[in-house]
Design a binder for this molecule. Structure first.
Ligand code: SAH
Length: 460
């Protein structure tokens, strides 16, 4: 292969048209086929850019002047949008975001998955795409003798104070502000990462959208929390709906949020919330979907694609705390969930009991090890649901699915690229991708969830 010299030069200006968005929300322009990533550029916009950095097969640029704006460009409503980096698409209208996500998945499934003519339904977005997150984890710092609580400035360790986060439940903003003020009143020192000193590292707030229950977690460097009882009584007095106050202790000099020790300071160990008819007990450390409203939309679709009649045996691979498994169990004969994190499986079992579901069984382990063992033991599945992390399904799991030949595979994915790769493997092994539904679980960010229905062509 001949090495091609990049067709652009650093610090030079070019007129371009953006064609696409990267997975982190930058505009993509091509100069003689050479991709340049430009923050803040939107598809179809014409602009003058300056090249800031050149790599072997792509480069970076800065937006200098917009000649033609996208019909979807809007002013980001959040005043700290640029500094925070938590959202990447607020300068694109919500309608524009859904169009862009759809286009991206379509493009990836065709390019990487070589899937032609598949039915990709328009993204199911939110009616009100703001204030959806049910969990806030906010770092705390010291500034001019007081406490600030907010977000790390992009690419830095500076914390920006934040009164409101527009994708956060309003209740969580209130909880964080209230707890910060109470701690400030009692002179609690913020954690100082550089010197590994001080006390309060993070404030976490969790809010049950359906139940209205609130959990506060104080993440501290030391076990000792000065004025603990006064802090507790002020929190309970000022936050109606509070059900649980928890302390997590993380003595390490690290940017990992949680430490290993968790103690209940007041109230319950869990708060409860519902997704559809299923009730979940959520502890400080439990994984729980951050957008429960859209989670229901996604899981209803997975359930619809599974087409259960009550007679089926279903495997839910990568089951987490059993969210999908428990949804499926209501309509299946038997559900087997498998997940690598032992604590998540404990939660899954507890949640099954909480909902009087006795036809779901859960196993700890790697899906690509546990499911082949089940296959060897003669377990047969009518439907296999997978919901893997971003890296997609392990090849060994896909090969086992091809041997087990369930009538249907329902693939829930948070990464279109690995979804495309895995759909190709399943298609080559005898499955057909019948349809794909996209669900916007994280408005204003670049993430997009997809659920695909695969049908076995023949049992041949
Ligand atoms: N279906 C769940 C969780 C999906 S997230 C829900 O909707 O809530 C993906 C899950 O896969 C995580 O819980 C992660 O711990 C788990 N995981 C990652 N690698 C795994 C593997 N090799 N085998 C089984 N589970 C795995």
């Amino acid at each position: 292969m001949t090495k091609r010299k990049p067709p652009v030069e650093k610090n030079t200006f070019y007129d371009v048209t953006f064609e696409d968005l990267t997975h982190d929300g930058a505009g993509v322009a091509k100069i003689e086929g050479f991709p340049i990533f430009v923050p803040n550029g939107l598809p179809d916009e014409k602009a003058k850019i300056k090249i800031t950095k050149i790599q072997k097969s792509y480069g970076y640029g800065r937006l200098i002047e917009l000649y033609e704006k996208s019909e979807y460009r809007v002013d980001a409503p959040c005043p700290i949008y640029k500094e925070c980096g938590g959202c990447q698409l607020q300068h694109l209208s919500y309608e524009g975001q859904l169009v862009a996500k759809q286009k991206q998945v379509q493009e990836v499934l065709t390019r990487i998955g070589k899937l032609q003519n598949i039915k990709i339904h328009p993204v199911l977005g939110m009616e009100n795409p703001w204030r959806y997150r049910n969990k806030a984890q906010v770092p705390v710092a010291e500034r001019e003798g007081g406490l600030v609580a907010g977000f790390y400035q992009q690419r830095s360790h500076e914390i920006i104070d934040m009164e409101a986060c527009l994708i956060q439940q309003e209740k969580n903003d209130l909880v964080v502000q209230t707890v910060k003020n109470i701690c400030e009143n009692y002179g609690i020192q913020a954690y100082d990462e550089k010197n590994n000193k001080g006390t309060l590292r993070h404030i976490m707030a969790r809010y049950g959208l359906v139940s209205g229950e609130i959990m506060v977690v104080l993440i501290t460097r030391t076990k000792e929390l000065p004025h603990k009882n006064k802090i507790i009584s002020d929190i309970t007095a000022q936050l109606p709906g509070i059900k649980s106050i928890v302390q997590n202790i993380n003595p390490k000099q690290t940017n990992v949020i949680f430490g290993n020790e968790t103690n209940v300071l007041w109230g319950e160990e869990y708060i409860y919330d519902n997704i559809g008819d299923i009730r979940f007990a959520i502890s400080a450390r439990s994984f729980y979907q951050v957008n429960p409203e859209q989670t229901k939309v996604l899981y209803d679709k997975a359930l619809e694609y599974a087409e259960l009649t009550g007679e089926e045996t279903v495997i839910d691979a990568y089951c987490g705390i059993g969210t999908i498994s428990l949804f499926l169990a209501q309509k299946a004969k038997k559900v087997y969930g498998v997940e690598i994190v032992p604590e998540a499986i404990e939660d899954a079992k507890r949640n099954a009991t909480l909902n009087n579901i006795d036809n779901a069984e859960f196993a700890v382990g790697k899906a690509e090890v546990v499911i082949p063992n089940w296959y060897k033991d003669g377990v047969e599945a009518d439907v296999i649901v997978v919901d893997p992390p971003r890296k997609g399904c392990d090849e060994a799991l896909l090969q086992t699915i091809l041997k087990m030949k369930p009538k249907k595979v329902v693939y829930v994915s948070c990464n279109p690229a690995t979804l495309a790769r895995d759909l190709r493997i399943l298609e080559d092994g005898g499955y057909e991708t019948a349809e794909v539904q996209l669900v916007d679980m994280f408005p204003h960010t670049v993430h997009c969830e997809a659920v695909a229905k695969l049908v076995l062509k023949s049992r041949g």
